[in-house]
Design a protein around this ligand. Structure first.
Ligand code: NAG
Ligand code: NAG
Ligand code: NAG
Ligand code: NAG
Length: 367
């Protein structure tokens, strides 16, 4: 019923807007919960297109990125939708546009701040929208909602919203590439610093009104085609040193989220075990309907781990591309295909507690 009255209100507002009777105000339905997305390239819907750095701008704005779903490059490093796009659709929300996209935004649906290459730490890939900057954008969204809806309603939107994160991989890629032989002690120290910064951002979101946090943990970094292409000694194996950073991170992450839940009244969370879900697909692609789990669909060199989409000035392709991305787990040297994302998003949405817990996202949206 609430949905019907919401639709009715929407139709009225569209008519009112056409007739210029009232200023276009947005309808707020109790059932309608917002999704705020923070993160890296796995969730970036094209924010990097609006950055000043020309290299960051160029990545993923070339064909064949976007070929299967959007039919044109959007800035997503995927042939189609990302996990965060799919989660928005599962939650009956529109796909969230890049926060930096000019024009009007409907923040009662949420916003997507994710930026390819970004990390938790400010030192990771300067020029991207690092996590703290994403948080400051979120603060601006809160102010905009307060102006539009008033303090009370804005507070309700933020309380009811779900906050989704994919962050950390780039901090560890950078660390691993700088210190490939770091000691166990030094690795532990670095992970603690990343987790401490991430925790402080989560606490600020709580202070700003956020109550429901969902995170996908850090994946098996050493299995990424571009990492394997760098280290030819590995053969077809994954670079375990890189993956070990992800495993330490993921262990701390579970502990920290559990602590937050016990300290912060009303705080609820999901952690999606992306690491194990993805590693299992790399090792047993056929079990999940993929023909290829190691090499990318699009790229160059070993495992097609090199850049996808690049051409010379005269248009000569510097990469190969597969004919059917559905057969592949990886679309390019570091990112899953849409068909892999679909499986991952389903696990995040309503996976059982072994893979997504203590709540899954479907449950978080219902709370
Ligand atoms: C890009 O540069 C302009 C001019 O210096 C600045 O105003 C703008 O905020 C920058 N954009 C981003 C996303 O950093
Ligand atoms: C790391 O250790 C390996 C041997 O385990 C060695 O071959 C390599 O040169 C070392 N790399 C650096 C940057 O120290
Ligand atoms: C966050 O990371 C910075 C390095 O970027 C570090 O100096 C700082 O101590 C960290 N903050 C916390 C709360 O650990
Ligand atoms: C385009 O340039 C490459 C070198 O960058 C050259 O090898 C190739 O022959 C050129 N192709 C055409 C069609 O001119």
């Amino acid at each position: 019923m609430a949905n019907l009255s919401f639709i009715f209100c929407e139709i009225l507002m569209i008519l009112a807007t056409i007739l210029l009777v009232v200023e276009p105000v947005k309808c707020y339905s109790k059932q309608h919960k917002a999704l705020f997305v923070f993160g890296d390239s796995l969730y970036d819907p094209g924010n990097n297109k609006y950055l000043n750095d020309t290299k960051l701008k160029a990545a993923a704005t070339m064909w064949p990125y976007g070929e299967t779903y959007f039919k044109h490059p959007t800035g997503r490093v995927c042939d189609g939708r990302t996990v965060s796009d799919l989660i928005a659709q599962f939650a009956k929300l529109p796909i969230l546009p890049p926060y930096l996209q000019p024009g009007t935004h409907r923040f009662t649906d949420g916003a997507n701040f994710a930026s390819g290459g970004s990390g938790v730490l400010s030192e990771t890939h300067p020029g991207t929208i690092r996590l703290r900057l994403q948080l400051s954008y979120f603060k601006a969204v809160k102010e905009s909602l307060k102006q539009k809806l008033g303090d009370e309603k804005a507070k309700n939107v933020l309380n009811d919203a779900v906050y989704l994160f994919s962050i950390g991989s780039n901090d560890y890629f950078s660390f691993y590439q700088t210190y490939p032989n770091a000691s166990q002690f030094y690795k532990g120290k670095f992970v603690k610093m990343v987790i401490a910064n991430l925790t402080s951002v989560l606490k600020e979101i709580y202070d700003l009104g956020g109550r429901k946090i969902a995170l996908q943990n850090v994946g098996p970094l050493g299995c990424v085609p571009f990492m394997k292409a760098i280290d030819s000694k590995l053969g077809s194996a994954c670079a375990d040193e890189a993956s070990s950073l992800a495993r330490i991170h993921n262990r701390y992450l579970s502990i920290v989220l559990n602590k937050l839940e016990s300290h912060l009244p009303g705080f609820k969370y999901s952690i999606f075990d992306f690491y194990n879900a993805f590693a299992d697909r790399v090792n047993n692609p056929s079990k999940y309907g993929f023909k290829e789990g190691k090499a990318a669909c699009c790229g160059s060199g070993a495992y097609r781990g090199g850049k996808c989409g690049w051409t010379t000035i005269n248009g000569t392709k510097l990469y190969q591309v597969c004919s059917n991305p559905r057969e592949y787990l990886w679309f390019d040297g570091a990112h899953p295909t849409e068909s892999a994302n679909f499986q991952l998003a389903k696990l995040l949405w309503n996976g059982d507690p072994k893979i997504t817990g203590p709540y899954n996202m479907k449950q978080l949206f219902k709370l």
